[in-house]
Ligand binder design. Structure first.
Ligand code: GAL
Length: 650
């Protein structure tokens, strides 16, 4: 199993490398991830490549049994490149994103593409036969620092070509986008604008001031641009080597369509920072992120950067408490991780990330975090048969599509509505019942229940897929705003919920974005605070009604038998507890096994074992017993603060 740290030899005196490598070996590390951002060291001037420092460092590491995942360094273009070529992004206000940090280059800049391919190719050629290089990573965190969307002239031209390929004629585009509204007709593809700042946009608002079709197509185009850019580098690397190629993804991040970005890669890697300057994540949010990452290719992944110390850029997030680094490691592996690389081995005293602590501190002396990671590595050796190639058994699926995320960003629906939060609330409700829940586009037939909350942009093939699934006995759970938009981001004109009306067996007579809460009664009692659909059942049965105001007695939650399956339609938002009860009710009907646990305790089921994780900072007792795969002793149900157990159930 890959177990290691991110390590940047160019940051240290050569004389220190050996000591660092020895400490890594003693920690149980076998892998270093490196090279990202080293463009300025490898190609100091255009076309002159210098690998000797990296060659030497790889040798020093190899002498301690440590091999390397080599990253192409293209996230940090050197100064000569920006001096010579205009590769810099423009924001929606036309401002240039100046050099001085990283990720400022545009995916559609011909010069950036060309120089990126050249350096990727030179690196691949140089290291093709180096047996200490075990895998490749292309670039680093595409889209990080809000860099997916560029509004430069190169992008405008590339967008018009992208549109021409898709629409064929400008008449078709005008017709489809409804440019007749506000005289927005285009004469040619060359004429089409990017969704830049305009008269309707309050400063600093993000999006929504344009034709919704233009906006959605632009987001698809920008996402495709990075996949295309990545593919150029993948091809360059693959010319010389058949070692596996990856990229480090960012969990919940959604500006790039990760299904598309991953399709040319051998495996997914991702960067996990549960507690940094920008916030602390609930444990279910982190587990969902792991599942999103597993769902991208429906395959296990590795963690390319795992938080290993207190971190931030100008402020620190919460410091990981004793046990948390171990817990986060196990959580990743429980959700399909097969490799663990901590960020970073040693923090750096200069540069932007002075406060990004790692396995060590600035003085390089191993302390609590180092020893905790070392111990974790030792127990992972024992668990390896349960990790490599392991398959979790999933009962539920949350369908997560980028088109839907983007369409909801463009038209938010209600002030307090946030689509990704809605998805998370459904994931969390399942996770709190300890139901293994996948997050993907998925093969629906593999799951007992499929959740499609507020699934508003509907592709005809997806509609066929979900209809077939329900007809054959599957359970679909859907909500307000589902089925309302076509793939061009235009509204359907049939009766709401349009594409889902027949499946759900209902008509939505009226809806309201709420000014004040509305009570809901029935199978769940709750309060809607964001949205209410007033439902007229056609073939569906009513499970809950509204009991306030002019909504009184109108259906709020329904269930419909369709073919051999059933469809739940939830017309409003529900409070956390009520949603939990509803998900529990639905899961029981689907024959899903749930495991009751004290709050904050997570259970993941694997065919041959169960992984228990206590996210509380205090000891808890759980009802499950069995043989501990970590201690080889009987597990008596006691989980220490941040404790973990892998057990063979009795
Ligand atoms: C990640 C990035 C790393 C490092 C880290 C800490 O997002 O990939 O290169 O910058 O954050 O900021």
């Amino acid at each position: 199993m890959i177990f290691g740290a991110c390590y940047y030899p160019e940051h240290w005196d050569r004389g220190e490398w050996k000591h660092h490598a020895e400490l890594m070996r003693e920690a149980g590390f076998n892998t270093v991830r490196t090279g990202d951002f080293a463009w300025g060291c490898i190609e100091k001037e255009e076309g002159v490549f210098e690998f000797s420092y990296l060659d030497d460092a790889i040798e020093v590491l190899a002498a301690e049994g440590i091999r390397v995942i080599l990253c192409t360094p293209t996230a940090a273009p050197p100064k000569w490149l920006v001096n010579q070529y205009d590769i810099l992004q423009r924001d929606r206000y036309g401002r240039r994103k100046n050099w001085g940090a990283r990720r400022e280059a545009c995916a559609n800049s011909a010069a950036y593409r060309e120089r990126s391919v050249i350096i990727a190719e030179e690196m691949a050629k140089h290291y093709a036969h180096n047996e200490n290089v075990i895998a490749w990573q292309i670039d680093n965190e595409f889209g990080c620092h809000d860099s997916t969307h560029c509004y430069c002239e190169n992008c405008r031209k590339a967008f018009s070509k992208w549109l021409e390929r898709k629409y064929g004629t400008i008449e078709r585009l005008n017709q489809t986008w409804g440019t007749v509204f506000w005289s927005l007709q285009y004469e040619s593809f060359e004429d089409v604008i990017l969704p830049v700042y305009n008269s309707c946009e309050p400063e600093n608002a993000h999006g929504w001031s344009h034709n919704p079709s233009l906006d959605l197509e632009y987001r698809r185009f920008a996402s495709d641009s990075w996949a295309e850019y990545q593919k150029l580098q993948i091809d360059a690397v693959r010319k010389y080597t058949d070692k596996p190629v990856t990229h480090n993804f960012m969990g919940h991040f959604a500006d790039i369509d990760y299904y598309n970005l991953a399709k040319d890669l051998d495996f997914v890697a991702w960067d996990n920072y549960p507690d940094n300057q920008w916030g602390s994540s609930e444990y279910e949010y982190v587990s969902m992120a792991h599942e999103i990452m597993r769902g991208v290719k429906n395959r296990n992944f590795i963690v390319a950067e795992q938080q290993s110390g207190p971190c931030g850029w100008d402020m620190f997030g919460a410091a990981p408490e004793p046990g948390q680094l171990r817990l986060w490691t196990h959580q990743a592996l429980a959700h399909g991780g097969e490799g663990m690389i901590y960020f970073r081995f040693k923090p750096l005293h200069y540069g932007m990330e002075q406060y990004w602590y790692g396995v060590l501190d600035h003085d390089g002396i191993p302390r609590r975090r180092y020893y905790e990671i070392q111990k974790t590595g030792q127990e992972l050796e024992k668990l390896e048969p349960y990790i490599a190639g392991a398959k979790n058994h999933y009962d539920a699926l949350i369908v997560r599509s980028y088109d839907n995320i983007w369409a909801h960003q463009i038209k938010q629906h209600a002030r307090k509505f946030n689509y990704q939060e809605l998805l998370y609330s459904y994931y969390r409700a399942n996770a709190d019942l300890n139901i293994n829940t996948a997050v993907s586009m998925g093969n629906y037939a593999d799951y007992k229940v499929v959740y499609m909350p507020a699934y508003n942009v509907v592709h005809p093939e997806e509609m066929e897929k979900i209809t077939e699934y329900v007809r054959n006995g599957g359970t679909l759970v859907t909500t307000f705003r589902s089925g309302t938009r076509d793939t061009f981001n235009n509204l359907f004109t049939t009766t709401l919920p349009c594409a889902f009306a027949e499946l759900a067996g209902i008509e939505v007579e009226e809806f309201a974005a709420l000014r004040k809460p509305v009570a809901v009664d029935g199978i769940v009692s709750s309060k809607a605070e964001i949205w209410c659909d007033m439902i007229k059942p056609v073939t569906a049965k009513v499970l809950s009604i509204y009991s306030d105001g002019y909504f009184r007695n109108k259906a709020a939650v329904t269930v419909n038998i369709y073919g051999k399956g059933r469809v739940y339609y939830i017309g409003c938002d529900l409070e956390r507890e009520a949603l939990g009860r509803l998900v529990c009710h639905i899961s029981e009907r689907c024959g899903i096994k749930m495991t009751e646990m004290p709050s904050g305790v997570e259970v993941v089921r694997r065919n041959n074992c169960m992984i228990l994780m206590n996210h509380n900072d205090c000891e808890v007792r759980v009802g499950l017993k069995g043989k501990s795969l970590i201690s080889n002793q009987h597990f008596n149900g006691k989980l220490e603060a941040y404790g973990v157990e892998w057990i063979l159930a009795e």
